[in-house]
Design a protein. Sequence first.
Length: 287
Amino acid sequence: MAATEEELGERRGHVLAGLLHHRLGVVGGGLLIVVVLAAVLAPWIAPYPPDEVHFETPFQLPRTIGFPLGTDDLGRDILSRILHGTRASLQVGVLAVALAIVVGAPLGLLAGYWRQLDALVSRLTDLLLAFPFLIVAVGLAAINGAGLANAAIALGLAQVPTMIRVVRAETLRLKGHEFVLAAAAMDASGVRILATHVLPNALSSIIVQATVIMPVAVIGEALLSFLGLGIQPPSPSLGIMLSDAQQYIVRAPYAAFFPGLAIVVICLAFNLFGDALRDVLSPGSRR
């Protein structure tokens, strides 16, 4: 057991060292830390509550005293709304990733290890692919009303097929390794082999796929909120800010520019960090 812990510690050290020597990984990790801290600390670092209205100061330009990024048509502070909107976007992203992993990873393991279940899981995957997340979001909104939870469910279900395929491919690859064959020869059950041998070795691929799902979920949440199917006013959302700003885009283009820039930064952070993580965890893909 001690040897195993030493090996795990050594592996974590190699991953950390690899990330620190990956230039894009350092940039992505730095951006990711800033984004996460901004979202977590939003209630304390935002200058104003996100829905606080200042009717006497609408359309204030950026760098105005008291309003670093300006105000919208109702005089609401854009910086405060972006911070809280980032918080909401990450919440949706985390919930979508969790749903994709909880549903997709077990199905991928079953499909990859037991051939008799592969066809059934493949048909389920095709069925999920037949319903775009917008259709699912509309259906959920019609049943329960639009909101953060429904957006997360729709986006998470849309990513389940991809997670199934990634985990299935990893299971098929690991299934032929000697340590799995040795465990099977010792009469270990299939569930035990998957839990103790296959899943731990497939975690790297699952983590990398999670970093791919996050930016997709952030953009998806912004799209659903823009269309009125996601987070609802007066709750802050980057998509809602873009939707409101289109009405006065000529008069106050900054009201759309800064929320759009926030979405770009969030997605860039996850993409850069995810690419670096993939390069470090997958020796075959290293430059």
